[in-house]
Design a protein around this ligand. Structure first.
Ligand SMILES: [Mg+2]
Length: 337
């Protein structure tokens, strides 16, 4: 198998503002596994340096180490290829690209969607949240109205930036009582700040708040002092975090888990330790979103997943467009048509 790598740039419809800065576009690496003159599987590496500290160059260097392993991969199983790649460089963002391509290839060879290879009983429709990127209360409220009208049952807002209370209040008023409101602080606060801020926001009826603080013990400390469910996101990259029982829910990312295989293993661990798992993208491209959707389909009914994010780009979301608050998974062999 030959490994081909190409950079792809996805532009956001409008810049996304987060606690760690503003994003206008997304640079990812798409990989293809080529056998003979045929592409047999496609994958994607989507590091997000301000978020995970991993540059595109770092991923590219790992993929260079994987190429000779794939070149003699015809004699190896998919699992053996991944193990050999991990031994050469255990970078999850790069391993995810290979894992996705191998699953896509396996699905195409078997003539079935990848979800059907992962479980006997996939859920072919994954409920997703709307991600509201607007910061000023009026725009956030308008985006919430549009999301509710489009059928979303869960809306996610960024907090930890100026005007949190006004934005969340405007969002809840616009949504009415029913849709779930999820907040994400991306670790912007200290423990004491988080406790104070969350207490100010509790009356708006929150589904959960993601990563109010960074760190296992910090999350545990916040969770003990507030009446809102706490989810762990960025902190999952700390050793022992997933099994720490420090949060009520754990947000898993395909890229950070090393692909579909790692994502499913991590979800099992989350559940074994009494928390709820759900999946989100780090603004992945279409192949990463496809892989995460198939993994979600295999995990059964989950809280709304952050996998409707292709809608934030100026390219059409294609087969993974959100319909009535959910993304249907097609029956095309592999990951996508
Ligand atoms: Mg998050």
């Amino acid at each position: 198998m030959e490994l081909h790598v190409a950079e792809r740039v996805l532009r956001f419809r409008r810049p996304v503002v987060m606690a760690y800065g503003e994003l206008a576009e997304r640079h990812i690496l798409e990989v293809s596994l080529v056998e003979g003159d045929q592409v047999t599987g496609r994958g994607e590496a989507a590091p997000l340096e301000p978020y995970d500290g991993v540059s595109l160059e770092r991923v590219s260097a790992a993929l260079d180490l994987y190429a000779p392993i794939l070149a003699r991969g015809d004699e190896l199983t998919g699992g053996e290829i991944l193990d050999a790649c991990a031994a050469a460089d255990p970078l999850p963002q790069a391993l995810a690209a290979i894992d996705l391509a191998l699953w896509a290839r396996a699905g195409r060879r078997a003539g079935v969607p990848v979800a059907d290879l992962l479980t006997d009983d996939p859920v072919y429709e994954v409920m997703v949240n709307a991600t509201i990127t607007a910061i000023d209360p009026e725009s956030a409220a308008a985006a919430c109205v549009a999301a509710a009208e489009a059928g979303y049952q869960c809306v996610k807002l960024k907090v930890g930036v100026d005007g949190d209370v006004e934005r969340v209040a405007a969002a809840r008023e616009a949504l009415g009582p029913k849709p779930e409101l999820r907040l994400d602080a991306n670790g912007a606060w200290t423990v004491d700040e988080a406790v104070m801020r969350i207490r100010e926001l509790t009356s708006f009826g929150l589904e959960l708040i993601e990563e109010p603080v960074h760190g296992i013990e910090e999350l545990r400390a916040v969770r003990e002092r507030v009446p809102v469910r706490i989810a762990m996101d960025e902190t999952t990259s700390e050793p022992g975090a997933i099994a720490s029982r420090a949060a009520d829910a754990v947000c898993l990312k395909l890229t950070r888990c090393g692909g579909i295989s790692g994502l499913l293993a991590a979800a099992s661990l989350v559940r074994a330790h009494g928390a709820v798992a759900y999946i989100a993208s780090t603004f992945d491209g279409p192949i990463g979103i496809a892989g995460a959707l198939h993994a979600a389909a295999a995990l059964g009914t989950l809280p709304a997943c952050g996998l409707g994010t292709l809608a934030l780009f100026d390219e059409p979301a294609g087969e993974f467009a959100v319909v009535d608050g959910a993304v249907p998974i097609g029956l095309a062999p592999g990951l996508m048509a």
